[in-house]
Design a protein around this ligand. Structure first.
Ligand SMILES: *Cc1c(COP(=O)(O)O)cnc(C)c1O
Length: 219
């Protein structure tokens, strides 16, 4: 199966309002170009250095999404071009993103990462943390970042009942926050194995890698 065919199959199987982020981490530029030439423009990477290198080599109308954990000292490398940062999990990180965005005279769109996984819970904020952040005076002074919504990573498990519960928790958290912060529009949840379930649970943005590019081989 070709990358182009995989993309077409996924796009035809999801509602039109769902944004598909093609997760291209570890894949060579030639694979990304195959997706590009099939008309795809939104790519997700989880390492800043890798995203910077691919950005340099590829056409400039691509929207680059940072979907991985972000180290504050590396924000500066992507600040000029990144179009959405999914994994914002602290005010401290947001301040650094704001500072770097200001240097480039732009506003960087971000999602707050909420900890939804009942198990493997490494990163992310609680719903309360997110609410506190959005209402803080310090946040209101950050004019070069814009919070567009929430992102969540479910537990890595074959137990779909659990994954569904975690997705529903993110949707509920989004709905509660959205009543006070109506700039929130995006719910980033769902990957290759569970994006259909995620969409049923209210996802508006799915991050799909292996179903498009094939399995990843880490060395
Ligand atoms: C790798 C990754 C994905 C895509 O995973 P697949 O199972 O290959 O679709 C989605 N989201 C994040 C945050 C990732 O790191």
């Amino acid at each position: 199966m070709s990358i182009k065919q995989n993309l077409l199959d996924i796009k035809s199987s999801i509602p039109e309002h769902i944004t598909l982020v093609a997760v291209s981490k570890t894949k060579p530029v030639s694979d990304l170009m195959e997706a590009y030439n099939a008309g795809h423009r939104i790519f997700g990477e989880n390492k800043i250095q890798e995203m910077v290198e691919k950005h340099q080599q590829m056409p400039k109308d691509i929207h680059w999404h940072m979907i991985g954990h972000v180290q504050r000292n590396k924000v500066k490398y992507m600040a000029e071009f990144v179009s959405l940062i999914h994994g914002v999990d602290s005010l401290k990180l947001l301040k650094e993103i704001n500072k770097q965005a200001l240097k480039h005279d732009r506003i960087i769109n971000c999602l707050l990462q909420i900890k939804i996984a009942e198990e493997d819970s490494k990163f992310g904020m609680s719903a309360e943390d997110a609410s506190t952040l959005l209402s803080s005076k310090e946040f209101l002074e950050l004019n070069n970042v814009s919070i567009k919504g929430l992102m969540g990573m479910s537990t890595f498990t074959a137990n779909m009942t659990q994954v569904e519960r975690e997705f529903k928790f993110l949707k509920t958290t989004f709905d509660k926050l959205q009543t006070d912060y109506n700039q929130l529009v995006t719910i980033s949840m769902g990957m290759s194995g569970d994006y259909k379930l995620a969409i049923e649970c209210g996802s508006t943005m799915i991050r799909v890698g292996s179903n498009i590019f094939g399995a990843r081989h880490y060395q």
